[in-house]
Design a protein around this ligand. Structure first.
Ligand code: HEM
Length: 524
């Protein structure tokens, strides 16, 4: 009888040491398997292996931050359109080619919603129950709350809805400017002043007359403390330990928002449509009432986090150039109507015509965003997708993988913007209609496709409305070039903040001669 091969095994001959060594080897093999880089299909973008396997790219990102992808590309012998970065046992795609990035922004297989959902849970601390509701019964991203709400938000940020929100926010800007007495206002830090009063203006636009931030202005500091310290929350582990300051400040803001939504203050007629539709979508999906305020901290966050640093860059880049200030004042003056009401002089700025009649101011705004906006664009691939680069080469992008690109790399490319790409060029966007395709496609401060930022027009109104009144009716004294330095965004930020010590320094704002007694107003 032929013996089974198993019967020949030396079953009883192993020593305890051999057992231990075999078990250890099995563990090592399992770990290596788990963390070995995923295999690539030859149609995927070429793999760029880091010198330190598994974690090299993570170290690169930690070391070089937002500039890592640009450095990686420069280090290659030939210019790549895209690459696959093996990270731990997975991978991330990075795109550099403009045509590929534009196709990614517009492709229906790629979504931002999955990332927004993860962001909501990790950053704002939503419970598993709330997440279950957000996902909906089918647990599919397409039928979850995210695309439904985003679709509704777009309508809520247009036409009359937008005008009402702009007017309420700008009325607060007017209050701030009207409060300036004849002696002017001495501001210890220009950035802090802009940050604080525009956060209040924005919250007025969002929440109306029962604004919880007006009821407790210390929420402004809490919001920005959260914002500055929240990055470790992206990791989704031990939030109270790794991001203690962010969590404490987040909870302070949430504590004010939860009762606001529980009391259904979003039903009031002067609350912005975006605030209403977001809260109603949450209620429709069955999010527990006591978590709506938690989720809705996201609204206050997105409405301020990028607009306000943008306002700072726009303001300082303009104010440092007296000739630009004079020209913007000249083009804005026809939009300011001075009337007399009950013995008071009222100056009304019509912001609906700013885009059409103030080409230099609009150009300066777009240029400030080009330099200030440096963030990574991100999408998750829902189904295997083929995209084509500018030279007609096709690449396969596999489902479940994230892809990223750097707005900073596109916004600063000398090939696209010329040798002065790093400089502020006030007039650069004056002939925007004549931009070639490459320039048009390389300007992506608000993302694109179906996730194109729905708040961009609100940000435009706040920024340009403020600037219009400032250049016509006020002068800012004491701003020094040495107190301004363009910062670098950190990972997770779209718009860079000014570095510590370069926040514009101390300035004084005074009413201009001839405008001492006017009361400012805005119409949209
Ligand atoms: C200058 C100011 C702003 C900048 C630079 C900015 C930038 C961006 C960017 C880059 C995205 C990602 C788009 C993509 O990946 O395609 C985004 C999305 C978004 N932004 Fe803004 N944003 C600004 C102001 C605002 C304001 C004021 C609001 C709300 C009041 C807002 C609400 C949103 C929302 C809700 C999304 C998500 C859209 C979606 O997932 O479909 N943003 N923004």
């Amino acid at each position: 009888m032929a013996s089974s091969p198993w019967t020949t095994l030396p079953t009883a001959a192993w020593t305890p040491t051999q057992y231990i060594l075999t078990a250890l080897a099995a563990v090592v093999v399992a770990v290596l398997y788990r963390f070995s880089p995923a295999r690539l299909d030859p149609r995927e973008p070429p793999a760029l292996k880091a010198s330190i396997p598994l974690i090299g790219h993570i170290i690169g990102l930690l070391r070089h931050g937002i500039d890592y992808f640009a450095r990686l590309r420069t280090a290659q012998p030939k210019k790549l359109a895209a690459a696959t970065l093996p990270i731990l046992n997975g991978k991330v795609y990075v795109l550099w080619d403009v045509a590929l990035i534009q196709s990614a922004l517009r492709h229906k297989n790629l979504t931002f919603d999955l990332l927004s959902m993860e962001f909501a849970q990790r950053v704002f601390g939503l419970s598993d129950l709330a997440m279950e509701k957000l996902w909906g019964p089918e647990h599919e991203i397409e039928s979850s709350v995210a695309p439904v709400t985003m679709h509704r938000i777009k309508g809520a940020m247009q036409g009359q809805n937008l005008f009402r929100m702009n007017t309420r926010a700008l009325n607060y800007v007017a209050d701030e400017l009207n409060g300036l007495g004849p002696e002017g206002l001495r501001i210890p830090s220009l950035y802090r002043w802009l940050r604080d009063f525009m956060t209040m203006a924005t919250s007025e636009g969002i929440y109306g007359s029962q604004n919880p931030v007006r009821e407790d202005p210390s929420l402004i500091e809490a919001l920005w403390e959260f914002e500055t310290n929240m990055q470790p929350l992206f990791l989704g582990v031990l939030p109270s330990i790794i991001a203690r300051k962010a969590v404490i400040n987040r909870e302070k803001v949430i504590k004010a928002l939860v009762p606001w939504y529980q009391a259904r203050k979003d039903y009031a007629p002067d609350v912005a449509a975006i605030t209403k539709v977001r809260a109603e979508s949450s209620r429709e999906f069955g999010i527990p009432e006591d978590e709506i305020g938690r989720l809705e901290m996201a609204l206050l966050f997105v409405a301020t986090t990028n607009t306000i640093p943008t306002l700072y860059w726009f303001t300082v880049f303009v104010l440092l150039r007296p000739q630009v200030v004079a020209e913007i004042c000249r083009e804005t003056l026809p939009l300011v109507t001075v009337t007399t009401e009950g013995g008071r002089r009222v100056a009304t700025v019509d912001i609906s015509k700013l885009e059409e009649q103030c080409p230099l101011m609009v150009s300066c705004y777009r240029e400030a965003i080009r330099l200030g906006n440096q963030g990574f664009g991100t999408r998750r691939i829902m189904h295997d997708t083929v995209l084509t680069d500018g030279e007609g080469r096709e690449y396969l992008f596999k489902a479940g993988v994230d892809m990223m690109w750097s707005a900073k790399a596109l916004h600063r490319s000398p090939e696209t913007w010329g040798p002065d790409a790093m400089e502020f060029g006030p007039e650069r966007f004056k002939d925007q209609e004549k931009f070639d395709r490459n320039k048009k496609h390389s300007y992506i401060p608000f993302g694109g496709g179906k996730h194109l930022c729905p708040g961009r027009n609100f940000a435009f109104a706040e920024n340009l409305g403020f600037m219009a009144a400032l250049v016509v009716g006020f002068e800012v004294l004491g701003l020094k070039e040495g107190n301004v330095k363009l910062g670098t965004a950190i990972i997770g930020e779209a718009v860079a903040k000014p570095p510590a010590g370069a926040e514009g320094g101390e300035v004084t704002i005074k009413r201009k001669a001839g405008w001492e007694d006017v009361e400012w107003r805005f119409v949209c």
